[in-house]
Write a protein that binds this ligand. Structure first.
Ligand SMILES: [Zn+2]
Length: 183
């Protein structure tokens, strides 16, 4: 007896493999149904979700970012795109493919989830600002705020111009997880 493969052309019914696949799918579906996850997700998708969040990849703030969004009551109610530098990643001429990726994700988030707003969240002591702009700003918080404000306000203007139907929120997170509004 030979071993059946995915593209096997023999006439034998591949019962053992099919059954395994079915059981795997049943287990996944059953678990999700138990939690009511599909129903919740479908309802949100039908009416739309709140936002698309753009934030930086920085490992120090992943938990703070999720906590912040949870704290606003937005748990599982936003799409998320991550680019190093957040607003700067979406704007920098050094990464045109990142720029395009950002704009594409707004389109997809609107199309799939009918988002109402775009939230752009930069953060202090951002390595991308050193890499792309050559600026180490962590010892000068006033200048740091000013530089982030310039980038965020510029990107915010571009988002509003391309998508006048979307609200735009510009934020700056500190390393302790606190968040201030910009612009
Ligand atoms: Zn960063």
């Amino acid at each position: 007896m030979h071993t059946h493969t995915g593209d096997c052309t023999c006439n034998t019914t591949h019962a053992p493999d099919s059954r395994r696949r079915f059981l795997k799918i049943a287990a996944l579906g059953g678990g999700a149904m138990l939690l009511g996850v599909p129903a919740l997700r479908e309802a949100r998708a039908a009416g739309g979700i709140e936002a698309l969040l753009l934030n930086c990849m920085d490992y120090r703030l992943t938990d703070d970012t999720t906590r912040y969004m949870d704290g606003r009551g937005l748990t599982n109610n936003y799409d998320q795109i991550i680019l190093a530098g957040a607003g700067l990643g979406a704007l920098t001429e050094q990464k045109p493919d990142w720029n395009q990726t950002f704009w594409d994700h707004i389109d997809v988030a609107k199309q799939l989830h009918n988002i109402k707003r775009v939230i752009v969240m930069d953060h202090r002591d951002c390595g991308a600002y050193k890499v792309f702009l050559g600026l180490d700003l962590k010892d000068d918080p006033v200048k740091e705020t000013a530089v982030h404000t310039e980038i965020l306000v510029k990107l915010g203007g571009m988002i509003r111009e391309k998508h006048p139907d979307l609200e735009v929120e510009l934020l700056l997170m500190a390393l302790d997880g606190s968040v201030q509004k910009i612009g």
